[in-house]
Design a protein. Sequence first.
Length: 297
Amino acid sequence: MSRDSSTFKESYNQALRLVAGLGVNGTLPTESALAAELDVSRTTVRAILTGLDEAGIITWEGRRKEVLRAPVKADYFGKSETASATDRVSSQFMEYVLNSDLAPGTALHESELKKRFDVSSTVIREFLIKFSRFGLITKERNRSWMLRGFTRDFAEELFEVREMFERRAFRRLLEGGSGAPAWQQLIALAPAHEEILARIDADYLAFPRLDERFHRTLIEYYNNRFMSDFYEIVAMVFHYHYRWNRGNEKERNRAALIEHLAIIRALEAGDTAAAEAAFQTHLANAKGTMTASALWD
């Protein structure tokens, strides 16, 4: 595992917390025990130990690994460097569910998901626990998880909250003006939209990830931790929903691409009234599409 990867950095931070708990002069367990504790390979454990030794946090001589000093804040990798592991699992899981046509009642095993997404069990478990709060995934007795059904009431309630959040986020974006980072980030997505639209027959399945990027840009700009947490389930249902009627998927994606571009073009022109009108139209059509196209349990 590369020392530049987010998974390595997450494991390194976990090792720092373990060292902090041992205290100065404490000794770390064997490489095998550390591999089990951190849920990584022994190769990764050696890379972590090398990093700790180089930083002067431990001394590593043969089998003896003694703590020299307590870790300080500067020793830890920042959230921006480690959060990508969980973010990556979110997108990969959504695409996996979508492209595999997983039906309600499908068992999801942590060990299989860990291998599929090349992350630690900790990341997988935290991700599944987060989604279980919304009722789309439930924990079973044998350490597996179950993909549950998707009801009309659930979707309508979820969309109502989505509308409130996104309307508020878009309004703040417009208030921030063209100098707001998210304003320019949305405009920068135009080429990606145009590329998919130009090859819609072959590339329409690439739209869900772009759709998520478009809407997540607004949510992240708003910078509200509760809104950001909630948005994971929004992305699951509306950008990667696993039970859309595939019969008109290409047409739906083409229409949404055109609506996104209408918003982007209005932002490019600095026309806030046109941008807001186009955004309201897009949200209204998204709800209509959901109602007409979802296969309800």
